[in-house]
Ligand binder design. Structure first.
Ligand code: C2E
Ligand code: MG
Ligand code: MG
Ligand code: MG
Length: 292
């Protein structure tokens, strides 16, 4: 109800006015309640090794199962959580929940699999963020080598010193750091080099017309070459059809992710993917490999 008001103002792109401070406080409370009442859930979307079709890992994506409004997607409530400050609590919950799930999968005998977690710029600007992550991983005994944090470019221009220190400490722990949504915003390759980021994720908007826009295809080709030159792995998000996949395999993209393989799914459905390891759709990639 309360969040609905905020959703509406976001929907219409309106500026939140004075009175909304109270609205935010209410939204804040609603999000905390949702965490306490298990109304937040995490879905997992497979990431695939482009050349072989093998499972490379998963991206964790949070959803709010609102008792009356139904599923609220992250793009609607994360901005509210960021504005109100409840994002810190929410993301700690997300990281802990993922650690618990990873331990469950290990206990069930599945091979260890890297999981990517999206981190808000706000959180990355917080002094003790990297320590907090270290603490949580220690508490749940999850190997940092299995954790990949996806950060967006806006984080890198916000509070350079703190963000830089956090990133370096995360990397020191053995955590993989990925630049998410590349091609959506400022998109400068200098961050990759100066911060020694590990992975680069090309935004869906660039992948959408990879086969239809020749110049776009050329940009992606050189982007991948440049990233590889810097020792950075490249992931493509939002891969929806075989033509896009083939173009990406041809351009030596390392990993692919998108509806072509699977939508983000709940944990029990993800276990089916873990069991098969090589997705059925990987036959598409195999076919391609045989031709070459
Ligand atoms: P993102 O990190 O860029 O995640 C990719 C989004 O694209 C996801 O949307 C995913 O469901 C969607 N997607 C994946 N493959 C395809 C495809 O082939 N076609 C199309 N049309 N969409 C695809 P989702 O789950 O709604 O998440 C939206 C954004 O919310 C994420 O974008 C991420 O920035 C943010 N987000 C999600 N979970 C968290 C979280 O725990 N913390 C923070 N700070 N942000 C989160
Ligand atoms: Mg992401
Ligand atoms: Mg992304
Ligand atoms: Mg994106």
């Amino acid at each position: 109800k309360q969040i609905y008001k905020i959703r509406t103002s976001w929907d219409y792109g309106q500026h939140i006015e004075k009175e909304s401070k109270e609205e935010y406080e209410l939204a804040d409370k609603e999000i905390i309640d949702a965490l306490d009442q298990n109304n937040m859930l995490i879905e997992y979307q497979p990431k695939i090794v482009a050349k072989t079709g093998e499972l490379a890992g998963a991206e964790a994506l949070v959803r709010w199962e609102h008792p009356t409004l139904g599923i609220i997607p992250p793009n609607e409530f994360i901005p509210v959580a960021e504005e109100s400050g409840v994002i810190f609590k929410l993301e700690e919950w997300v990281i802990e929940n993922i650690c618990v799930q990873m331990n469950k999968w290990t206990k069930s005998g599945y091979d260890p699999m890297p999981v990517s977690i999206n981190i808000s710029p706000q959180h990355l600007c917080k002094d003790n963020f990297s320590n907090k992550v270290e603490e949580i991983l220690k508490k749940f005994q999850v190997s940092p080598s299995l954790i990949e944090l996806e950060i967006s470019e806006d984080a890198l221009i916000k509070d350079a010193d703190t963000v830089n220190a956090n990133i370096q400490h995360l990397k020191k722990q053995g955590i993989t750091v990925t630049l998410d949504d590349f091609g959506q915003g400022v998109s400068s390759l200098t961050h990759l080099k100066s911060l020694e980021l590990d992975h680069l994720k090309i935004d869906k908007s660039l992948i959408d017309n990879i086969t239809t826009d020749k110049e776009n295809g050329v940009i992606i080709t050189s982007l991948i070459q440049m990233a590889h030159g810097l020792g950075v792995k490249v992931i493509a998000e939002g891969v929806e059809n075989e033509e896009q996949l083939h173009a990406l395999v041809e351009k030596n993209c390392d990993q692919v992710q998108g509806f072509l393989f699977s939508k983000p799914v709940k944990t029990n459905d993800f276990e089916k993917i873990l069991m098969s390891k090589v997705l059925q759709l990987s036959s598409i990639v195999k076919k391609k490999r045989e031709y070459n």
